[in-house]
Design a protein around this ligand. Sequence first.
Ligand code: ZN
Ligand code: ZN
Length: 312
Amino acid sequence: MIDLSRRRMFKLAGTLAVSALAGARAQAPAPSSRMRLILLGTGGGPTPKKLRSAPAQAIVIGDATYIVDCGNGVARQMAMAGLPFKSIQDIFITHQHSDHNADYGNLLLLAWATDLAHPVNTYGPPPLVNMTRLFLELNDYDIQTRIVDEGRVPLAPLIMAHEFTTPGLVMQDERVKVSSALVNHPPVVPAFAYRFDSADRSIVISGDTTPSDNLIRLASGADVLVHEVMHLPSIDKLIAAEPNAVRLHEHLLAAHTTCEQLGVVAQKAGVKTLVLSHFVPGGIVLDDATWTDPVRANFTGQIIVGRDLLEI
Ligand SMILES: [Zn+2]
Ligand SMILES: [Zn+2]
């Protein structure tokens, strides 16, 4: 066309500029669309701790936040990380132990009481649907009061809980694909690990597990693996005086992963970066080398000792 108005030419130029930008993004995601990982809580077990908050991770892509596990304090940790509650897109629970789900409902309730007013999908093993229903019932007085008093939209229709018991694709949207693997964490069945694949990288969250071939397959070639870890010699020292010390030791070995075992898992999976988290013991100070040396014996990639609010 030869008679394009000045205004239309500007518009066309603008469209081309946007297309060029979109092309550039496809090759190398702009910082705003990069998949960020923020460790919200890194202490394993249900006991509240001075040093570490309970297990929770935020995976942030642009203005969307995906939460994996909702240990006690997850909402406060989001605030500490500067993540807006209205950015919550989906919530994933690895397994139904209280260090991973204690604040599942509270995160939704407190986010809604702040600024969350859009639908949120939640995913996890049973009884996630019943937990969601009962939580809404438990807090009905506060919810109804705020609807009337503050003009908030009803909370229940915003929460869509999805239970699943078999591994595979969990969800996919325009930003990310999330898949799961069954891990081994007796007596809790099922327990899942999650893998997030976006345009720029892949992140795997182990949940709680013994060394797991399913997890190794899920994490194969991943950029980042966040894996639970326990330091057995330190645990044995802490529980030595307990009458059930032997049983506790056996339980931990039957359900969790030692530093040495973790190095083997990460090496077999071939991950680039291994992030230690869900520390047991998580309530005492141990220097980084105590955690990394036994892992390093079996793993040649990068090792990061997780801490609350660390961004990776
Ligand atoms: Zn745990
Ligand atoms: Zn657990």
